[in-house]
Design a protein around this ligand. Sequence first.
Ligand SMILES: *Cc1c(COP(=O)(O)O)cnc(C)c1O
Length: 398
Amino acid sequence: MNIATHPFDSLMNITARPPVVFVRGEGSFVWDDSGKRYLDFIQGWAVNCLGHSPSAVAEALAAQAKLLLTPSPAFYNGPSLKLAKALVDHSCFDQVFFTNSGAEANEGAIKLARKYGALHKNGALEIITFEGGFHGRTLATMSASGKKAFEPLFEPKVSGFPKARLNELASVQRLITDKTVAVMLEPIQGEAGVWPTTDQFLRDLRELTSAHRLLLIVDEIQTGIGRTGKLFHYEHADIAPDIMTLGKGIGGGVPLAALLATKAVSCFEHGDQGGTFNGNPLMCAAGLAIMQHVASPDFLKSVADTGLYLEGELQRISARHGLGEVRGRGLLLALDLKIPIAGSIVTQAFDDGVLLNAPRPDALRFMPALNVTREEIALMIDCLDAALTKTGAARRVA
Ligand SMILES: *Cc1c(COP(=O)(O)O)cnc(C)c1O
């Protein structure tokens, strides 16, 4: 029976959403059904790496849609082979398994590590993860996450994820036992509020895991595909992890994610892993269009440059309003507000036509399109400046 009284009521109410409906997007801008335009520094949560509805993705989807949607994962298809080859050619990994979401890719990474432990490490199955980490919303990935708010939910959790502290090698060392098979982390903790690992910590972690014959798993769902100015974040530290997961930006706006592993670790046997839509040619065609743009050295250089520009502008705003540090790398940055006013800044910016994200009550996160222009950054900065002034909570330095 239809008891809904408002169109919004027919959707499960899983998060607080502003009462507007988005109908169209182009580059850094998106429009609602009243015709109001918003400058988007969320971009589907760091998903639309070339902005809203880039022609490269739209055209790849349209062409593939007319050709072949899905032959079933029991058969090969062209786009998935080409995309897998592109990912392997541009990374330290040898094989790819495509998934439909980041959580599913991480779920696969957890299964692969446990399989590896069963085959090569006497049944070792524990994966050391980190306080504050976020790996998704399936039961296993919620269990792997170190998000406090998840702790009381959906018990019993999946066991086997002891938590270490980011950038504290000794905290990892202490948790290593005969049962440990892997260490898994985000190179920058995105959902927790953009907390970067140091390159030195990543190098130390690689050394430690290698010494104990443990797998190093990097969750690059938010940091991968050019977001930090390198195609993959692990390149900054000049290390070679054993397993990597990708999501968000890899599809440029469509549901696509991936699990990558080195040859030595890629040990799934028939029946271990699969999924109806996994590696379907439609989504892989979009992924291929994204890789063709984002993997170019010139493009990655422009992301790094734009990231430094945005970082400088945020530092200027911070100094002017007496706020805290700017964290992150490339175009994944956070501004620490020092006081819990992020929610009101987001609301004010929304009213003024700018989409911003508050991962914590005292921080704003910026994840614009990787091809965002300096003019668009200037527009956002003006709006942020005004919002900080208007909330009246901004503290000027004397
Ligand atoms: C978004 C995210 C995920 C989950 O991806 P979904 O596609 O939402 O399932 C996992 N890990 C990290 C680091 C993420 O940012």
